[in-house]
Design a protein around this ligand. Sequence first.
Ligand code: GLN
Length: 490
Amino acid sequence: MTQLITKSAKELNKLFLSKELSAKEITEAFFSHIEQVDPKIDALNLVTKDLAYGQAEELDRKIASGEKLGPLAGVPIVVKDILCVQGLPATCSSRILENFVAPYESTATAKLWDAGAICLAKSNLDEFAMGSSTENSAFKTTKNPWNLNMVPGGSSGGSAAAVASLEAPVSLGTDTGGSVKQPAGLCGVIGLKPTYGRVSRYGLIAFASSLDQIGPFSRTVYDLALVLQHISGYDPKDSTSINIDVPNYINLKPDAIKGKKIGLIKELMGDGIQKEVKSSVEDSAKVLKDLGAEVVEVSMPKIKYGVPVYYIIATAEASSNLARYDGVKYGFRAGGVEDILSLYTKTREEGFGQEVKRRIMLGTFVLSSGYYDAYYKKAQQVRRLVTQEFLNSFEHVDLLLSPISPTTAFAIGSKIEDPLAMYLADIATIPPNLAGLPAISLPCGFDSKGLPIGLQLIAPALGEELLLNVAHAFELKSKDMNKVPELAMA
Ligand code: GLN
């Protein structure tokens, strides 16, 4: 059993297509592992056995009847509980959507099921994807599989912890300001935030629409490419989706790194970055050099505006997107109300957690007349400057390099009372998102406490292919990439 759950998506697909394993056997093995490990890490909101066994039965029927099946057939996957899977709850780890059942399917998940992936579970997150530690979930705090006293990062902490602890070979998260990349880094798995518009947002419950993107987690670069391949592409149901053909991501070419120029971002290697994180990223830069890349230092002074700009734009958009939860249309409705106004206020008071309320208030404030120009408009202008700085940098380098997070995983409870300290956890992951750029988080080492360290590679828009190729070259050299926490093997 342990053998089977350690397999990559690629290996599981091979075993299924060669009929060495049935989809049912694969599904059973993962559910039995989930039963053992999830009570320790609390990564999952809902285990979707009926759906999984239904999909597995269909796959076994198809393969028996000789139907041609593709590279994702028989691959189990965990989906962040902010994506709509028709007929399943989509709670966003919020009381306000606790009883909401998705009436339709997100485009990304629809494409996965069509390709034969098996839905194992919906994973925990910070409420409405607002947070960097998964402590803002209304239901439970997910633990880091490398050390149960530590956070897994957030907001897609459940999806990251699930892959790190072998609950599934791959999972989906969403990244608005770092919510795939940062938890990937803190849990020692690979995570990718695609170019804005590369993956349809249809069926992703909105937090900040100009930033939200769906992205995959995995333990190998090939598996990441495999999921990205299937979820990418134009979707008429999302007006911001890009109508440009999807390249072949799966055909990895590690030699693509040769002769590439990689810029190490100076401003993300200075004060406030944990020493071990810094030295691990420097060591990785050497590995990239050995692989044939040229690594140069790049200065990006506008990076420092990323966090403040993000917390104006993201909260402004959130205050608007979350206005729909009023107790009338969906989900939770407060009882004992006297009139329509108290229905709204009591529902929102009882249904939303503290961080969500803080963001709604902040966002409403920056959009209010009299303050709009000073905050929201100014933030949009600075966002443009940050974007321009990326465009300028990419005139000189092919990729940018930085740590994914200033520190390794921090202790549960240590930052929850200090929102500003928590917001700074995303200092490196927010800037590329403001510019709509793709970025990958790769495990690159461990600190003295045995906690994973992650590095970030950022590409120009639609540069996913290069990111994956370089990541694969790095993976082939790396000794720290595919390590698994002890807890998962027990
Ligand atoms: N941690 C950031 C926030 O709290 C980013 C969240 C995200 O990417 N969804 O908003």
